[in-house]
Design a protein around this ligand. Structure first.
Ligand code: ATR
Length: 264
C-alpha cells in the first residue's frame, strides 16, 4: 500500500487526510494518507523516506514550507520562486518540491468568477502562504499589491523576493478591490484582527485563507459592510487536487460531495 503524509506543527486541525482518503477511495487506489506532527529535526529523515520509497509523497504545511527546501534535490519553478514547498514527490531518484498553493489560490478566484486583472489587492499578514498568494496575484496581472504585517520585518523580507510590493503600516488601509486575511487570526473563532475597517465602502472582496471556521470575524466584518466574502475552502481543495494529480497522475473530481465533506 502506498503511503502519503501531511507534516506540520500543529497538524491536528488539518483536513487533508479526510480529503485525500476520500479521493483515494473513489479512485480505488491502494493507498493511505495520514498526518504527522513533527519538529524541524525530523524533516530530513522524512524526505529521505520519500527517496527510499518508504513514503510516496509528502504534503508540508505551517511552519515548514521553507525549512524543508534544503533537504530536497530539486524544486519546481514555482516552488523556487516563492521559496515555498507544500508537495513533495519522487522524480526518478530525485526528491522534488512543488508548490500547489499557487494554482489553488488562482483556481479559487476563477471559481468565483472574479477577474483580478488591474485590480488592487491588500494582503494582511506575511506568513508561510503569502509568497504563493503574491506569485498567483502577479500571474493574474493585478495592478498593485499592498501588504501589512504586525511584524514589519517579515513584510520587508517578502519585498526582497517580490519587488512590486507596497508595504503599509499596520492599522492603515489603502484603496483596494480585494483584501486577503493571510494571518492566523481567526483560526480560533473569537479572535479579531486589530484593524478598523468601519470606514470602508462596500463592493470589495474579503478573502480569508482560513477555511475552518468557515466564517471568521474578518469575513463577518466584510459581509456586514456589504462586501463579497470567500473563505479558504476552495483554495484548500484545489491545492489538494493538484497534489493528488502529481502523485497519482489523476485529476480528482471536485463536486458538492467533496465540498460538503469538509463541513462535516
Ligand atoms: P509563520 O509565521 O510560521 O509562517 P503563519 O501561520 O504562516 O506562520 O503566519 C502567521 C501570520 O499571522 C503572520 O503574518 C503573523 O504575524 P507576525 O509575523 O507579526 O507574527 C500573523 N499573526 C499571528 N497572530 C497575529 C495577531 N494577533 N495579530 C496580527 N497578526 C498576527
Amino acid at each position: 500500500m502506498k503511503k502519503y503524509l501531511v507534516i506540520g506543527n500543529p497538524i491536528n486541525h488539518s483536513l487533508s487526510p479526510k480529503l485525500h482518503n476520500y479521493w483515494i477511495k473513489k479512485s480505488n487506489l491502494d493507498a493511505i494518507y495520514e498526518k504527522l506532527e513533527v519538529n524541524s529535526d525530523k524533516l530530513e529523515e522524512l524526505v529521505d523516506k520519500v527517496k527510499e520509497k518508504k513514503l510516496c509523497g509528502l504534503n508540508v504545511t505551517v511552519p515548514f514550507k521553507k525549512n524543508i527546501i534544503p533537504y530536497l534535490d530539486k524544486l519546481s519553478k514555482e516552488a523556487s520562486e516563492t521559496q515555498s514547498v507544500n508537495t513533495i514527490c519522487l522524480d526518478g531518484n530525485k526528491t522534488v518540491g512543488h508548490n500547489t498553493d499557487i494554482i489553488g489560490f488562482e483556481l479559487s478566484i476563477k471559481k468565483f468568477d472574479f477577474d483580478l486583472k488591474n485590480k488592487k489587492v491588500f494582503i494582511v499578514g506575511a506568513g508561510g502562504v503569502v509568497p504563493s498568494l503574491i506569485y498567483s496575484l502577479n500571474k493574474m496581472n493585478v495592478s498593485e499589491i499592498f501588504i501589512c504585517n504586525r511584524t514589519l520585518r517579515k513584510a520587508e523580507e517578502l519585498k526582497i523576493l517580490f519587488k512590486n510590493l507596497t508595504i503599509i503600516n499596520w492599522g492603515e488601509i489603502p484603496e483596494f478591490d480585494m483584501i486577503i486575511n493571510a494571518t492566523s487570526v481567526g483560526l480560533n473563532k473569537d479572535e479579531i484582527l486589530d484593524i478598523n475597517f468601519s470606514n470602508l465602502k462596500s463592493n470589495k472582496i474579503f478573502y480569508d485563507v482560513i477555511y475552518n471556521p468557515q466564517e471568521t470575524n474578518f469575513l463577518k466584518t466584510g459581509k456586514n459592510l456589504g462586501n463579497k466574502i470567500i473563505n479558504g475552502k476552495m483554495m484548500f481543495i484545489y491545492q489538494a487536487s493538484a497534489a493528488f494529480d502529481l502523485w497519482h497522475n489523476k485529476k480528482p473530481e471536485i463536486n458538492d460531495d467533496v465540498i460538503n465533506l469538509l463541513d462535516k
